[in-house]
Design a protein around this ligand. Structure first.
Ligand code: GDP
Ligand code: MG
Ligand code: ZN
Length: 295
């Protein structure tokens, strides 16, 4: 290579004033060209960039290529999908938290994939989880990082996509990635250490490259679980199963709460919309109404 050659790559990590850029099979440590620093252009993990080779595995970022999208929490460019991971057992799924993450991910505008892990520990109760979320209209995969069940399906969903893994700690996010890509050697099971460090810890986001071309950010979860700033009447846009019935409600701005002739409430009564999902919806609705009052 000649010093000054241009190459294209993408940023997998930012750390200590350097950007780590994957160029083909290698990772280069790159600084930012002065002009870009002056422009104060925010550069994110996931950004595609043009780099000039300097020496060894080092270069300079000359240009940031146009972004397709920006995921805010955590900040990553060009994300295609959020994979929301929960476990069937240890810890038990928390439907309130799951539904909240689904709203947050939907508000980010990315595709959503749900993964229930620890299939090996599950009992007959698992079908209820799978059908609840499939009925709601989500893609759901069941996996075990212990036996390997469902891992091919998960890897297939990640292929050639940029994905953010989110979910509570201890559900097996890192274990799943290690199973798919043994070379990653991500640390598993350090739940207590993570919590002890407290909420002001800087979180370093890193994109991991899988053999099938998938890129995955193994995040410690959403950094903030506040609901997005939605108008109460927008909330049902983020519940796919309610979206289907909404056009049949009598009122255009129906909140599906106490309004007459509400198609969503009828679907709940008929068992076509899961009652627990609906109750979580009402809980979130109340929260949004209170938030609006406090402005
Ligand atoms: N039985 C079982 N245990 C698992 C599975 N996946 C992960 N674990 C265990 O669950 C714990 C937490 O896993 P980890 O990957 O660190 O979860 P993370 O916090 O979501 O990244 C570890 O003790 C893992 O060995 C699974 O599919 N089955
Ligand atoms: Mg982990
Ligand atoms: Zn309604």
């Amino acid at each position: 290579m000649v010093s000054g050659d241009f190459h294209e790559g993408f940023i997998i990590k930012a750390y200590g004033g350097y950007y780590y850029v994957r160029v083909g099979p290698d990772v280069w440590e790159c600084s930012l060209r002065g002009r870009l620093r002056l422009e104060k252009q925010q550069i994110l993990v996931g950004d595609r960039v043009q780099v000039r080779w300097r020496h060894g595995l080092a270069g300079v970022i000359e240009k940031v290529l146009p972004r397709r999208s920006v995921f805010f929490r955590p900040p990553i460019a060009n994300v295609d999908q959020a994979v929301i991971v929960f476990a069937f057992k240890e810890p038990e799924p928390n439907p309130w938290l799951l539904d909240r993450l689904l709203v947050l991910a939907a508000a980010e505008g990315v595709r959503i994939q749900i993964c229930f892990n620890k299939l090996d520990l599950s009992d007959s109760g698992r079908d209820q989880w799978l059908s609840r979320y499939r009925l709601a209209g989500y893609q759901v995969i069941a996996t075990s990082a212990k036996t390997g069940a469902g891992i091919d399906a998960l890897a297939g969903a990640l292929e050639q996509q940029v994905s953010v893994f989110a979910g509570p700690s201890g559900v097996g996010k890192s274990s799943l990635l290690n199973f798919m890509q043994p070379g990653l050697s991500l640390q598993i099971g350090e739940i207590s250490a993570k919590i002890k460090r407290g909420r002001h810890t800087t979180r370093h986001v890193e994109l991991l490259l899988l053999e099938n071309g998938g890129l995955v950010a193994d995040t410690p979860g959403f950094s903030n679980l506040d609901l997005p700033l939605l108008k109460p009447e927008q909330l049902s846009d983020f519940f796919p199963e309610m979206n289907r019935y909404r056009p049949a409600c009598r009122f255009a701005g129906c909140l599906h709460f106490k309004e007459p002739d509400c198609a969503v409430k009828e679907a709940v009564d008929d068992g076509e919309i899961d009652i627990l999902r609906y109750q979580n919806y009402l809980g979130f609705l109340q929260e949004l109404k209170e938030k609006r009052r406090s402005f």
